[in-house]
Design a protein around this ligand. Sequence first.
Ligand code: PAF
Length: 283
Amino acid sequence: MKVYSKKEQLGQAISGFKGQDLTIGLVPTMGALHEGHLALVKSALKDNNKVVVSIFVNPTQFNNQDDLKKYPRTMEEDIRLLEAVDAENILVYAPTVEDVYEEGAVSEHFDFDGLEFEMEGKFRAGHFDGVGTIVKRLFEIATPDKAYFGEKDFQQLQIIKKLVAKHNIPVEIVACEICREPSGLAMSSRNVRLHGGYKEAAPFIYKTLKSAKVNFGIKSVNDVVQWVENQFYENEFLDLEYFIIAEESTLKSIDTKNNNTNYRAFIAVYADDVRLIDNIALN
Ligand code: PAF
């Protein structure tokens, strides 16, 4: 499997494939790969001849320097996992910060029509400018036909769709369902940092989301929100940062339900210093 650290070399390989009319899929990652990432890679391999997997812990999307420092980095293991999936058709792009950000690691500023100010945007200042900057750059470097993103980061997914639409980027965004541990916990690179009671407590997040979905069918929005907040108030290992019920397209939280609108519940929880997010479609 070829691993590129320089965008020019990756670009040359991609031009060669395009010259042979081969299609390119892109799976952007920050490494510490798990089954969830591999599911994205496998979907991309089904749809495309060649798949670029980028492995880059993007500094501009971290509002918390400690989180950036502690982000797991497992390059050798990541490469081993990808090689086991398809050593011939996967290309890895694992650049340095300088290769991606030639003029210094700063974000471009984006207007995502308000999507960026909801949920994660309220708690992670500048995060979506950082995500927009790196994803736009990866699209320019890899020029993929299709790019794959998980629904765990649902707000990110909606923002990337908006980025592509507003900037007329010729790439199809493919959404992939959340992959879960047997316990129900949404797979995340951060899960390796969960230990002891926190690890045992974390599956409670999805369990509560599933109950919230049942309650959503029979109770008012406020009652569901109150109920979830109480569940976490009583949990000694998990601190709720937010739980909201929002419209899927605008990500705006709601007080009352309408017919013919898709809703989703979104949650962010701290298990010690590990921040976990999850979401569930409600109807
Ligand atoms: O979802 C992620 O891991 C990151 O936000 C992404 C899309 C790879 C950009 O750095």
